[in-house]
Design a protein around this ligand. Structure first.
Ligand code: GTP
Ligand code: MG
Length: 178
C-alpha cells in the first residue's frame, strides 16, 4: 500500500459508560437506520466508514461490565482519534473524567481525545449539561450531539473530518521529517 493511502486509513475509537449512545453514533455515521432499541454492545463492534477520501475504521467499545478494561490496552492502541461519549448527565460527565485519564494511558500522545455531549435533546427536560458546561468540566474539546436524530449526521461527519484532516497533515509531516 502506498504511504499516501496509509495516511488516509485511520482508526477512530469510541468509548464511554453503558447506554450513552456510542453504538447509536456509529449507526448515525454508517447511515444505518436509527432505532431506539438498546442492545448493549458485547466486547466491541467494528465498522468501516468512508469520509471524503478517508477510510475510517470505527471501533465501538461496549461500556458494560469490564469490556473496556479487558480490551482497552490492546485495542485502543493505534487510535488516531478517540471519542469519549457522555449522556450529558452530571453524574456521567463526572465519571467520564476518570475514563479520559484511564484511556489516555493507552492511546499515543498524538491522539486527540474529543468528548461528545450526547442526548442533547433531553437537556431541557432533566438537567443535562450543555456542551460548554461539559467542556469546562472535562477540559477537552467537546461537541454536543443528539445521535438519534438523523439530521445530525452531517454535524458528526464534520467533527470527524476536521480532526482527520489535522491528523493526516501531522502524519505527512512526520513522514517528511524521517
Ligand atoms: N434521547 C436520546 N436517546 C439516545 C440518544 N443516543 C442514543 N440514545 C438511546 O440510548 C440507548 C442506548 O444507546 P446505545 O447507542 O446502544 O448505547 P451504547 O453507548 O452503545 O451502550 P453500550 O453498548 O452498552 O456501551 C438507546 O435506547 C438509544 O436509542 C440521544 O441522542 N437522545
Ligand atoms: Mg453499544
Amino acid at each position: 500500500m502506498l504511504s499516501s493511502e496509509l495516511q488516509k486509513l485511520l482508526k477512530v475509537s469510541i468509548i464511554g459508560a453503558p447506554a450513552v449512545g456510542k453504538t447509536t453514533m456509529l449507526k448515525l455515521l454508517s447511515k444505518h437506520t436509527i432505532d431506539r432499541l438498546y442492545l448493549p454492545t458485547h466486547g466491541f463492534d467494528l465498522k468501516t466508514v468512508k469520509i471524503d477520501d478517508f477510510t475510517v475504521k470505527v471501533w465501538d467499545f461496549g461500556g458494560q461490565g469490564g469490556y473496556l478494561k479487558t480490551y482497552s490496552s490492546d485495542h485502543l492502541l493505534g487510535s488516531d482519534l478517540l471519542f469519549i461519549v457522555t449522556d450529558s448527565s452530571p453524574r456521567n460527565v463526572l465519571r467520564s473524567r476518570e475514563l479520559i485519564n484511564y484511556a489516555a494511558q493507552f492511546v499515543g500522545k498524538d491522539c486527540p481525545i474529543i468528548a461528545i455531549a450526547n442526548k442533547q435533546d433531553l437537556q431541557r427536560n432533566d438537567g443535562r449539561m450543555d456542551p460548554r458546561r461539559v467542556e469546562e468540566i472535562l477540559n477537552i474539546k467537546t461537541y454536543g450531539l443528539t445521535a438519534i436524530d438523523p439530521s445530525q449526521r452531517l454535524k458528526l461527519m464534520d467533527i470527524i473530518r476536521k480532526e482527520l484532516n489535522k491528523i493526516s497533515i501531522r502524519k505527512r509531516l512526520k513522514e517528511v521529517a524521517f
